[in-house]
Design a protein around this ligand. Sequence first.
Ligand SMILES: NC(=O)c1ccc[n+]([C@@H]2O[C@H](COP(=O)([O-])OP(=O)(O)OC[C@H]3O[C@@H](n4cnc5c(N)ncnc54)[C@H](OP(=O)(O)O)[C@@H]3O)[C@@H](O)[C@H]2O)c1
Length: 364
Amino acid sequence: MARKVAVITGGNSGIGYGIAQRLLDDPPYPHLTIVLACRNLQRADEARASLLAAHAAELLERDDDQATTKPDVDVQVLQLDTSRPASVLAAARDIRRRFATLDYLFCNAGILPASSIAYLRAAYYLFSAPHYFITSSVALNQVRGQLTPEGLGLVFSTNAFGHYLLIRTLEPYLFNRPADHGGEGDGTRIIWTSSNTSAHIGSMGAFRPDDYQHIEGPNPYESSKMIGDTVSTCLNQRYADKPVRSFITEPGTVASNIYAEIGNWLLSLIIVLVNYAFRLAGVAEMTITPYNGGLAPYYVAVESETELDPGTRYLSRCTRWGTPYVAELPVAADDDIGPGIMRQLDALVTKFSATESGKEEVAT
Ligand SMILES: NC(=O)c1ccc[n+]([C@@H]2O[C@H](COP(=O)([O-])OP(=O)(O)OC[C@H]3O[C@@H](n4cnc5c(N)ncnc54)[C@H](OP(=O)(O)O)[C@@H]3O)[C@@H](O)[C@H]2O)c1
């Protein structure tokens, strides 16, 4: 039986780590390689060691029957900085060299650079629109104007464009799956970790056609997530006759490192306590742990293809008592802006692929 391969960008912490834990605990295939694609190899190695140690302990706890059929799962690491095109192109080469094809690509790595809490705004929304307050980033002042050394918007490049460049660069490889790799209907599933904040773009005016990388504006995070959603929808149209499908998932609100820059342990503790309070009050988005947050992306990986619909958004949610479940919403695509965004991104793909002086093949 073929060995399946799951690449998780940003798999060393938070929701990416939670997805890896779930894949290890209950893999969709008996032979699976999980690849933590991370910008920092030391953190990736530490995450790999901790995942394997936890998994070994879990196997010891299982009864003898299960132990005799224990799955053959290994964990590898791969260098990938999604914000840097050269790193993305190198990672694509590495993936092609190591594996016959990819079965799952979790586009998960992401940043939300915030400089401070917007206390007045936070207080206003806490009392006037508490659900919006707790499920959006309205309480944060995001950093504006951050650029990569290549001159790309940092949040745009990290969260959205780097993943798009990786997918485009891998196209010829993904389209030509080995015939003996899995059964009929099997293909690559691209699984995005989106955010419910992208649903708030109307009210926050996040996406700006004249500043599509959102370098000047106050909401680069929401804009990048909206671009990821748009890319997913447009790729499904473009890949209609290819063995690749793209899915949008949401993790809910997770107490991860993503907010680490804004404060100290006390502030982090307060944020977690507030999240628990909202969960007890019935706000299902409060998944809080990375393992809970990883449920919807994991579900999209393990569910049979006939049960999945790329036109559905899969959401990790939690009961007030902490039991996670998957909810569904229709994907809300804006057909007016999709083609324009794809043109801009494709122009960047061409530009950065060309700088590799013919090392990469990008299908046109
Ligand atoms: N936490 C939430 O409530 C929430 C809600 C909705 C959506 N999300 C999304 O969930 C995803 C994961 O975030 P998280 O909450 O789990 O935060 P996290 O714990 O900070 O994890 C983010 C991961 O992305 C990696 N990363 C950041 N920049 C990268 C780059 N340039 N190249 C490669 N990897 C990079 C980080 O690596 P380092 O360890 O090296 O920094 C880390 O592994 C993000 O896309 C985020 O937008 C989170």
